[in-house]
Design a binder for this molecule. Structure first.
Ligand code: NAD
Length: 338
């Protein structure tokens, strides 16, 4: 059993904890939380031992009726692997704590790539994490793009990728984010940081990205144009390749799924926890080929697509399963692939 500690129990951390608990070869030894809010209460109700991320605030947990199992220091000492899912930038500050206990750790995509030895995507570079102690699971957008580009890169070669990322303004619990009534270039400079981040997974890929933010909390939407090095026979070949990818959900025309709202409704109807969609969602009708130019649109559920990647990264660090074995076990236990 791999004993996993989760430091930072918010949008990503609570999902990773539940996904880890579903694995036959892992257990959650506890979660560290900074403030005793409803999410912390949820952690105790879910049966996770709760540790205080900040000793100075430990008394606040007692006042909220939450029994603490100790401080984050103890959690790190007791864990075989820590998943750090703290807000962007905090992970880098936590790295000395993990080094002090000689505990391998995963960081999230909000950290700079320099926080870890390897930036990770289970589909592309699982093996690179096997000799590492510190791994960064790339962001939701980079995960979604890596999964989409991998089969194209391997089968046709990519001359150039151009992506526009229409990004959700914030997550549903981020009441202070926006825009509320606007469409905002974000960042205004081109390329956005997403292209260089994808290059941490595909170092030789030529990719330019443009980002903007819109008033929704549901999902990101990518419009992708890829100039392939070698021309496929036809568009059906591309569609079939995407259909055969385990973490890509291709949406058939007949489904009547016409946007992120219907996708989320579909996920809730399917009984997905929290309405999560771990897969990239590619509209089949949008897959278009003009010579070597491929066009496509996909939606990415920002709160959950990195969750199976974290589970696989834990196994990659511990080295007891191959990438395909780990992905298949993660998919089966979480119910990935409708
Ligand atoms: P979040 O704010 O929802 O959760 C972070 C949690 O960490 C909160 O519970 C917070 O109280 C806690 N925390 C704050 N400071 C802490 C500290 N010093 N020690 C321990 N816990 C602390 O954030 P999130 O959205 O889950 O993001 C976490 C990481 O995952 C970031 O790097 C982010 O960029 C990345 N990420 C987020 C998304 C997304 O859409 N939310 C998607 C992919 C990756």
């Amino acid at each position: 059993m791999i004993r996993v500690g989760v430091n930072g129990y918010g949008t990503i951390g609570k999902r990773v904890a539940d996904a880890v608990r579903a694995q036959p070869d892992m257990e959650v030894c506890g979660v560290a939380k900074r403030s005793p809010n409803y999410v912390a209460v949820g952690a105790t109700e879910a049966g996770y031992p709760v540790y205080a991320a900040d000793d100075d605030r430990a008394h606040e947990f007692a006042a909220a009726g939450i029994d603490l199992a100790g401080s984050v220091d103890k959690l790190v000492a007791e864990s075989d692997v820590v998943v750090d899912a703290t807000p962007s930038g905090v992970g880098a500050e936590n790295r000395p704590l993990y080094e002090h206990h000689d505990t391998p750790a995963l960081f999230q995509g909000g950290e700079d790539a320099t926080v870890a030895e390897v930036s990770f995507n289970a589909r592309v570079n699982y093996d690179e994490a096997e000799d590492a102690d510190y791994v960064r699971v790339v962001s939701c957008n980079t995960t979604g793009l890596s999964r989409f580009l991998a089969p194209l890169y391997e089968n046709y070669g990519i001359e150039k990728a151009r992506v526009t990322l229409v990004r959700r303004g914030g997550d549903p619990d981020q009441t202070g984010r926006g825009p509320i009534n606007d469409a905002v270039p974000d960042p205004i400079s081109i390329p956005s940081h997403h292209g260089p981040d994808v290059q941490t997974i595909f170092p030789k890929l030529d990719i330019d990205t443009i980002g903007l933010k819109v008033p929704t909390t549901m999902m990101h939407l990518h419009t992708v144009n890829v100039t392939l090095e070698n021309e496929p026979d036809d568009v059906t070949e591309i569609r079939d390749r995407l259909r055969s990818e385990d973490r890509i959900l291709t949406i058939p025309d007949y489904a009547g799924i016409d946007g992120a709202g219907t996708l989320k409704d579909f996920a809730l109807d399917a009984g997905r926890p929290r309405g999560d969609i771990w897969e990239n969602c590619v509209w089949e009708e949008s897959i278009t080929l003009r010579g070597r130019d491929l066009y496509c649109m996909q939606a990415i559920h920002q709160e959950s697509d990195v969750v199976p990647e974290n589970v696989d990264a834990i196994r990659a660090l511990s080295g007891h399963l191959t990438g395909p074995e780990s992905r298949s076990l993660t998919n089966e236990t979480l119910g990935i692939g409708f």
